[in-house]
Design a protein around this ligand. Structure first.
Ligand code: PRX
Length: 647
């Protein structure tokens, strides 16, 4: 048993003696110690990694320009691979890849094998003209080459920009253009729910009109995908000719490591910038402490590599720690609803890190699926991405963890690069809906809208204070003004505004209540209502559109679209289908509204702004509140009828 029930408090667990003994931190005092000198805390953590040259100053602050390990030289790939090989762990398994088709064998790559592939591919990239500082696009499914590609970029200091493989060609193109990528790494396709998905087709469309000059294609399917002469080349052919020798480039700690585009409150995603040294340190430390990583562990993070969770806890975090990371290609219901549990039994997974939306789906599928499999290898469970409800937490704890394993609820964001707020496995507590305290060395609190700290139980906004955590984003690519406005307008340059609502208990444990801006979490995918709006607005039949989120029992939240069609166009199911197809084309399936409601008018302020607050209340069946500032209050009655509003 790794946990004990609190004898007095319901739904509260603490680490057992055995857990405390194993854990990297089990003394409460670490919080006060680290808070007294965060820079010293992170400096000690940085010393666990390899530096080609030690830093001259650990932390430097200037408004909107904080830096960690200034003057230090390191490399993410060296620390992920070479360091372990030099320590004699080269024959340990680095990656286990589980293909979706059950008749295909899993692939295991040792650290030495991964190192060789990464080095070869780094040379391939160089051969294509990629130099230090050049951005490289990656549009890959969940195959081992996704890890190889990211590591190869890191090895030569070419920042990667990974685009989720389910994103549409338009989304891919926008990101390639914004990043100025000249090379794209993609695949001919992949398996999803038993079907072959043609990724190359989307890649071709997305590359058109982008600055990409060379496309490297990994062969996952039958190799019949059309290749454009002079532009496209097969990965395996390039790899066969490449040298396996490619020493890692010493990177400045503050050199750009990668870009990752995420949704803001506008229709245009922003390229979140992460630099090398600070990111490496926080990714390494949080992976190690939060998931209790020890030699021989088999860590499974079920996110997609296209999201920050995949970057930090499929690739860098586990590999920086020298453990095995599991990559699963496909869907949780292929070939049946027991696939996750079959994988855990088969590979003896020790830690599982997944999203509440997946857990809620498993609850729906029923206990009989996990019951068929031996899950006793699991020692720890993690969740991420959205607030978790009590029932889902308890089910995860009891049915998957067998009541043995701590559940670590990690709050963080694309912008923070790595975990920020969660209970530590050796300290606890483990309580449904409570993430925990800011990680040691991270200063944060709940503030009101004027910036005053709030007491226990009072709802406000989560903010993070200077000295900022080492992995916190250094900026938005090409848009320093948006960076300042988005994160530092609210509370000034020394307090990062998270856009999340939160409250804490008397012990300082934080409950995250959700976004306070127009960003949704749809099945664990971050999406702005404005993105869905601008996608729908691209259909010429649409005159006006407003999108708001509605709670959903499995997906957490879903987009609901209010659409006003152009004059003379009759509403019909065909138009509804057409609009869904437009969203598919512009964003991809993740952006599809759960419902499209055709309306004759949308509520607007006198200055002509759509009052989304009213629409949100309507779809949630909540009181619509004060309508006196509307220019067309009568529109609301009609809308009430259309959404079946009773409040
Ligand atoms: O609202 C918070 C929610 O996810 C947002 C960040 O989304 P993204 O950048 O896509 O990163 C997701 C994975 C790190 C946050 O602003 N969120 C993330 N983790 C939690 C959470 N909400 C509640 N509890 C969490 N553990």
């Amino acid at each position: 048993m790794w946990v004990e029930k609190d004898p007095e408090k319901k739904n509260t667990y603490w680490p057992s003696e055995a857990m405390k003994e194993r854990a990297w931190a089990s003394d409460e005092a670490i919080y006060a110690e680290a808070a007294a000198d965060p820079v010293a805390f992170w400096t000690a953590r940085a010393d666990e990694l390899h530096w080609f040259k030690r830093w001259e100053s650990a932390y430097e602050y200037a408004p909107h320009a904080y830096k960690w390990f200034v003057g230090g030289k390191t490399n993410l790939s060296y620390n992920s691979l070479d360091r372990h090989i030099e320590a004699g762990r080269g024959d340990h398994v680095a990656v286990i890849w589980e293909p979706e088709p059950v008749d295909e064998e899993a692939v295991k790559l040792t650290y030495k094998e991964l190192h060789e592939r990464v080095s070869r591919f780094a040379n391939v990239l160089r051969g294509l003209g990629v130099e230090k500082g050049d951005r490289v696009g990656i549009y890959l499914p969940m195959i081992p080459e996704a890890v190889v590609a990211m590591q190869a970029c890191a090895r030569i200091g070419a920042p990667h920009s990974v685009v989720f493989s389910a994103f549409s060609p338009d989304s891919l193109r926008d990101r390639l253009v914004d990043a100025g990528a000249k090379v794209l790494i993609t695949a001919d396709g992949y398996y999803r729910r038993g079907k072959q998905i043609d990724l190359k087709k989307n890649a071709d469309l997305g590359v058109t009109g982008s600055p990409v000059e060379k496309v490297v294609v990994v062969q996952r399917l039958d190799g019949s995908a059309p290749m454009e002469a002079g532009r496209d080349a097969w990965y395996h052919e390039l790899m066969a000719d490449a040298s396996p020798d490619c020493p890692a480039e010493p990177m400045d700690a503050e050199d750009l490591a990668f870009l990752l585009y995420t949704s803001g409150t506008t229709g245009k995603p922003k390229g979140i910038m992460h630099t090398t040294g600070g990111y490496a340190v926080q990714a390494h430390t949080t992976a190690k402490w939060n998931y209790d990583l020890h030699e021989g562990d088999i860590f499974w993070c079920t996110a997609d590599v296209g999201w920050i969770t995949g970057h930090t806890y499929i690739n860098y975090g586990p590999l920086l720690n020298g453990v095995t990371t599991l990559v699963y290609e496909g869907s949780p219901d292929a070939p049946d609803n027991g696939r996750f549990w079959a994988i855990i039994e088969k590979h003896k997974v020790t830690q599982l890190y997944t999203a509440p939306t997946a857990i809620r789906m498993f609850v729906k599928w029923g206990d009989e699926w996990p019951a068929k499999y031996d899950l006793s290898s699991l020692r720890l469970l993690g969740t991420v991405g959205e607030p978790i409800n009590v029932d889902a937490w308890n089910w995860y704890f009891e049915v998957i963890g067998g009541g043995r394993c701590p559940v670590i609820d990690t709050w963080w964001q694309t912008e923070t690069g790595a975990n920020m707020v969660n209970s530590l496995p050796g300290i606890g507590p483990f309580v449904p809906t409570i993430a925990g305290r800011p990680f040691p060395g991270i200063l944060g609190d709940i503030l009101d809208s004027t910036g005053q700290p709030l007491g226990p139980g009072e709802g406000g906004y989560l903010a993070i204070f200077n000295p900022f955590p080492p992995a916190l984003t250094r900026g938005i690519y090409g848009d320093p003004e948006r960076f300042k406005a988005q994160y530092y307008a609210e509370y000034g340059p020394e307090r990062y505004f998270t856009s999340d609502g939160a409250r804490k208990d008397a012990a300082g444990n934080i409950r995250i209540t959700g976004r306070v801006d127009d960003v949704m979490n749809v099945a664990g995918h971050r999406l702005a209502t404005a993105e869905v709006e601008s996608a729908l607005a691209q259909n010429e039949k649409v005159s006006e559109v407003a999108v708001v989120s509605r709670p959903h029992d499995v997906k957490g939240e879903v987009p609901i679209a209010f659409v006003l069609l152009r004059g003379g166009i009759e509403t019909s199911d065909d138009i509804r289908k057409e609009l869904m197809a437009t969203v598919n084309q512009v964003i991809g399936p993740t952006g599809r509204p759960d419902e499209i409601i055709f309306v004759p008018d949308v509520p607007k302020t006198r200055s002509g702004k759509i009052m989304r607050r009213v629409l949100k209340a309507l779809v949630r069946n909540e009181p619509v509140g004060d309508l006196t500032t509307l220019q067309n209050p009568e529109s609301v009655d009609k809308l009430k009828e259309l959404v079946g509003h009773s409040a």
